[in-house]
Design a binder for this molecule. Sequence first.
Ligand SMILES: *[C@@H]1O[C@H](CO)[C@@H](O)[C@H](O)[C@H]1NC(C)=O
Length: 134
Amino acid sequence: MGAQIRLFWMVLIPSALLHESGAQQLRLVNGWNKCVGRVEVNYEGTWGTVCDDNFDKKNAHVVCRQLDCGEATTVYGWSYFGRGAGPILLDDVNCTGSELYLWDCPHATWLVNDCGHNEDISVVCSGNISLYTM
Ligand SMILES: *[C@@H]1O[C@H](CO)[C@@H](O)[C@H](O)[C@H]1NC(C)=O
């Protein structure tokens, strides 16, 4: 029993730090669960969106894995899950696919973009067990 509890914390704490560390946060909104929707990033306390320019499946995989949502199944440009509000925070994201955080991928300078909210990117992730516990 004691060993099980220790193992629980050994797994839970690093995973919590991994996904919530740093100033930035990530979420998917306006989909049918937390693993589907418009990609939103919190940068310095403000939620904003990500432009669809060159946003490919490798980028989407990073989003999905960062959210414990499995792999990306579909990438939708052109504000498929509705136009976001606030700043367009990231543009020209170009992940190799192995990054832990979306913002670790090469991207234009934060807040610098040539996009409108009609170009907000959305992703559909395969989801995982956490789908059933949210
Ligand atoms: C993305 O990065 C790769 C590898 O560094 C590069 O070859 C490619 O041109 C980049 N794509 C864009 C759209 O910037």
